[in-house]
Design a protein around this ligand. Structure first.
Ligand SMILES: [Zn+2]
Ligand SMILES: [Zn+2]
Length: 123
């Protein structure tokens, strides 16, 4: 089922046709409201591999039949960008929060430069 984002309230939800339950926008009642919806590509969670750092297991957390490489889906190990509600509700998604460091953690440790000053060395 397609995933739609409502530009009026920001809600993202799966519906057969564009509509938004939280704010009530529905192009069936008001045809011009269709411009308020963007169909999103579903991004599934590929849980981390048990042995190899940086690898996923190769399938969606919500459905093992959805293998990485399917053209109609996208996959990531980065939890922040997952937009599949079923993946977000999975045990693997919750479990990965505790284990995996954020992918850009090393970048966060780099010192921050003030305008006109040299970049401070990380400590
Ligand atoms: Zn809305
Ligand atoms: Zn999923």
């Amino acid at each position: 089922m397609p995933l739609y984002r409502c530009a009026n309230c920001g809600n993202e939800a799966e519906h057969p046709t564009p509509k938004c339950v939280p704010c009530g926008l529905d192009p069936k009642n008001e045809p011009r409201a269709v411009q308020m919806f963007t169909e999103l590509v579903t991004i599934h969670f590929d849980p981390p591999h048990a042995v190899v750092t940086g690898w996923g297991v190769g399938h969606a957390a919500c459905d093992t039949a959805k293998k990485v490489g399917r053209v109609q889906d996208r996959f990531t190990g980065e939890r922040e960008v997952v937009n599949c509600a079923a993946c977000k509700a999975s045990e693997a998604f919750a479990g990965a929060a505790a284990k995996a460091p954020r992918p850009h953690e090393s970048i966060d440790k780099v010192g921050k430069a003030e305008p006109g000053q040299a970049l401070k060395k990380p400590t």
